[in-house]
Write a protein that binds this ligand. Structure first.
Ligand code: RB5
Length: 149
């Protein structure tokens, strides 16, 4: 069974639980790292937890959520080897799989999206990475982790 890791801060508890339900309904095995309560937690901590879990291997992708999705996606992108895409509609969710093949996608629990998060997840899952020139660009993107200054 394909696996997904999901984590969130207090700004996206309800959304993350919806995401877990949707993924489970689609047949994924979900590792849910919470937080499951409204008590304040720091999004960099949840991003780190989720990324370290993902990097253990065996995950198809991961989902991170905070109030806007911005902070937790920024934090995830700081972790070597991780590409996290902050998506905002079905189009960006589909295109990021096709062109950027991210390890994580991010959503905001306090956002008012024009497409449902379930539809965005489906667009992401149903799309395929196109490879070719996009592989070269991803390699260049990941090489930026090693730029010295
Ligand atoms: C927490 O209040 C909020 O700052 C966080 O969830 C997120 O939106 C940050 O980018």
């Amino acid at each position: 069974m394909a696996k997904v890791v999901v984590a969130n801060d207090h700004g996206a508890v309800e959304l993350a639980q919806r995401i877990v339900r949707h993924l489970e309904n689609r047949g994924y095995e979900v590792t849910y790292l919470g937080t499951a309560t409204e008590e304040s937690v720091d999004y960099p901590d949840k991003a780190e937890e989720a990324c370290l879990e993902y990097l253990k291997g065996g995950y198809e992708f991961g989902v991170v959520c905070c109030g806007t999705g911005i902070g937790i996606s920024m934090a995830a992108n700081k972790i070597r080897g991780i590409r996290c895409a902050l998506v905002c509609d079905k189009y960006s969710a589909e295109m990021t799989k096709r062109h950027n093949n991210p390890s994580f996608i991010a959503f905001g629990g306090r956002m008012d999206y024009r497409d449902s998060v379930e539809d965005m997840l489906d667009a992401f899952i149903n799309a395929d990475f196109e490879g070719g020139r996009h592989t070269r660009r991803i390699e260049k993107l990941m090489a930026l982790e090693n730029v010295e200054r």
